[in-house]
Design a protein around this ligand. Structure first.
Ligand SMILES: Nc1ncnc2c1ncn2[C@@H]1O[C@H](COP(=O)(O)OP(=O)(O)OP(=O)(O)O)[C@@H](O)[C@H]1O
Length: 618
């Protein structure tokens, strides 16, 4: 995609590679993020008005100070004191009120921008395919959602407000200084380019250091996050030192970058201080000359010096803004890297959307599907076809890496096949809105997904607006009601991902209750018994059976207990369908299925012909 901002060409990243840093100019960052201020621009204008009034109040106050010096102080006249003093106080109060309003409004607008930007990046992240999250470190993504979002806010909202405030200050104080003594003011302004040259010299160096600092922040968050997730592994394998070493390595590169950044900023500050002293000395020198020649009063000189003095903070703030904008582009680059990653699938064009009933019948079909993961050399599925209808149980089995879970990912349209097509009720899935497709398919993944919330909410999330009695009914159908009621707070017990409060089998039954509530016509069970012992497996068979009733059920499994009772079994090997048929037919073929079956014969007494088939038979 052409990069209009810099006139260069860069590739739009796809989700197949880890996100990589590219350079982003302030202009491009601005162009990409400014649209997010939509809705708040009238507040920005009000903030600018406040900044103008505040600068005006300050200018008037200095002129009143000059009047006080010449008429009251120098002449020792008390009567000349009251009027300008009263005016000065009134102007100061008005300036304070307007300054307070402007600052509060600016903080509010800045926070709204942060909220909007974070929501936008988060929403985009949620559209990215599973392998994006496998290839990018979670901690780094978290850092981008927090630290980098704040950096952009600094650039777009706070930066703009500061720039406007500084600019109005410069305009008013410079105009007032010129109005008082244009010749002396011009003589002082000659020194201004020195400030600009100094700022320019520091910008490039700071940009590089900031980029390193932001990346190191992301790396530290990743190490800490991974350390917390893997703490059991770390302790069991005595890897504490290795983990500490990993953190130390990342922390020392962060330390180097932070110290460099602080040093560059401080060096800049000190040089500016020296330049300011040079300006002050120039004014005093010129002032002494003018007063001695009788061309200037003391009050005028003090007011002039004050205007020039008041010019420094805004000029300095403009210079710092340049540096800050440079730092913020490092954050902008990191967020754009996420925003520019394209989702693997998108909703169909409105014109291509097929009409389908809200609830599908559940007929699933794959026609000659071939699929290769982005960035992977080999196809995970090749020329693969099958059909399954409501009330049927289809078992998909095969050795590890055969492509079984890939089938689930394609049915849910996490990816589109490279060739062939997948259909729901005869409609190609890429002609159905994603929400519609996913509403009609329930996936029970290998590992139960848990929200950090109550047990009730963990079940209720299966359906919008589920009531408490819906949840209890679903839990009863999933044989989960009893153990949930025995929890300390019953359905209100809070659980979290990785919880030890519930066993694998209990979590699986919560997932079944959630799926019951969801009530989708197509059900995909991905290794439903993984990690469960024989007893726990026994306990989920009956609920699974109830869940499968009347639905199109696809069971992805190594566990051939399930295969024995399926309507149809598909055997995959290296992405190809190598055998298909019923359990007795496949055993008679003495092929891969028979080998797999004899290598791991069903071990659970009484389960081998029970599987998930709903009672009532084929
Ligand atoms: N995100 C990914 N990126 C690249 N290749 C992948 C990705 N996920 C899976 N694969 C590859 O695709 C092939 C099929 O994987 P899949 O997970 O579908 O196999 P599986 O039969 O479900 O294996 P298992 O029984 O071990 O879960 C494997 O070679 C795997 O390495």
């Amino acid at each position: 995609m052409p990069d209009k901002g810099e006139g260069r060409v860069h590739r739009v990243p796809t989700a197949d590679a880890p996100i990589r840093t590219r350079r982003v100019s302030v202009k491009e960052a601005w162009r990409r993020f400014w649209p997010l201020t939509k809705g708040d621009r009238r507040w920005l204008i009000l903030i600018f008005v406040c900044a103008i009034v505040a600068a005006l109040a300050e200018t008037v106050a200095i002129l009143l100070f000059a009047e006080l010096t010449d008429n009251a102080l120098q002449k020792g006249s008390v009567s000349a004191f009251w009027t300008p003093a009263g005016q000065w106080l009134a102007v100061a109060v008005a300036g304070a009120v307007v300054g307070y309003l402007g600052s509060s409004l600016a903080a509010w607008t800045a926070e709204r921008f942060v909220m909007r930007l974070r929501a936008r990046v988060f929403a985009h992240l949620q559209t990215l395919p599973p392998h994006f999250f496998q290839r990018n470190r979670r901690g780094d993504l978290v850092e981008r959602m927090t630290g980098d979002v704040d950096a952009i806010e600094q650039l777009v909202v706070s930066g703009l407000v500061q720039a406007a405030t500084a600019l109005f200050g410069v305009l008013f104080y410079a105009a007032a200084a010129l109005w008082l003594r244009w010749d002396m003011a011009l003589a002082t302004f000659v020194l201004a380019p020195l400030f600009l040259i100094t700022t320019r010299r520091f910008t490039g160096r700071l940009k590089e250091v900031s980029r390193r600092e932001r990346a190191a922040d992301g790396a530290i968050t990743s190490v800490v996050e991974e350390g917390l997730v893997n703490v059991v592994l770390t302790q069991a394998y005595n890897r504490q030192h290795d983990e500490e070493e990993r953190l130390r390595r990342e922390a020392s590169s962060q330390l180097r970058a932070s110290v460099s950044s602080a040093r560059i900023n401080e060096f800049y500050e000190q040089i500016v201080e020296v330049l300011e002293t040079l300006c002050v000395l120039t004014i005093i020198g010129l002032g002494v000359w003018e007063i001695a020649a009788g061309r200037m009063s003391l009050g005028e000189l003090l007011a002039f010096a004050a205007f020039i003095g008041y010019l420094y903070p805004p000029i300095r703030s403009l210079g710092q803004l340049g540096l800050m904008a440079t730092e913020a582009t490092a954050g902008a680059a990191r967020l754009l890297e996420i925003l520019d990653v394209r989702p693997a699938v998108t909703d169909p064009d409105p014109s291509a959307v097929a009409t389908a009933p809200h609830r599908a019948a559940g007929e699933v079909e794959a026609r000659r599907v071939t699929f290769r993961y982005p960035g992977s050399p080999d196809a995970a599925l090749r020329d693969f076809s099958f059909t399954a209808g409501p009330g049927e149980i289809l078992v998909v089995t095969g050795p590890s890496g055969a492509g079984k879970s890939t089938l689930a990912a394609l049915l849910l349209r996490f990816y589109d096949p490279d060739a062939g097509s997948i259909h729901l009720d005869g409609i190609p899935v890429n002609r159905l809105p994603l929400v519609h497709l996913r509403r009609n398919i329930t996936l029970l993944p290998q590992e139960t997904l848990v929200l950090h919330d109550t047990v009730e909410e963990n079940i209720a999330c299966g359906r919008d607006h589920a009531t408490h009695s819906d949840v209890v009914q679903a839990a009863q159908a999933a044989d989960a009601d009893e153990f949930i009621a025995a929890l300390p707070d019953g359905y209100q017990t809070v659980i979290a991902p990785g919880t030890a409060r519930l066993s694998g089998g209990q979590l699986q039954r919560i997932a079944i209750a959630r799926a019951m509530l969801r009530d989708a016509p197509v059900l995909i069970l991905d290794e439903p018994t993984t990690g469960l012992d024989a007893l726990a497996t026994q306990r989920i068979i009956a609920p699974l059976r109830r869940l499968a009733e009347g639905r199109t059920t696809i069971v992805i499994t190594h566990d051939l207990d399930f295969a024995a009772d399926a309507d149809h079994i598909l055997v995959l090997d290296q992405g190809r369908l190598v055998e298909s048929g019923t359990h007795p037919q496949l055993l008679d073929q003495h092929g891969l299925y028979a080998t797999l079956f004899h290598a791991h014969p069903p071990s659970r007494n009484g389960t081998s012909h029970a599987a998930v088939r709903p009672s009532g038979g084929r």
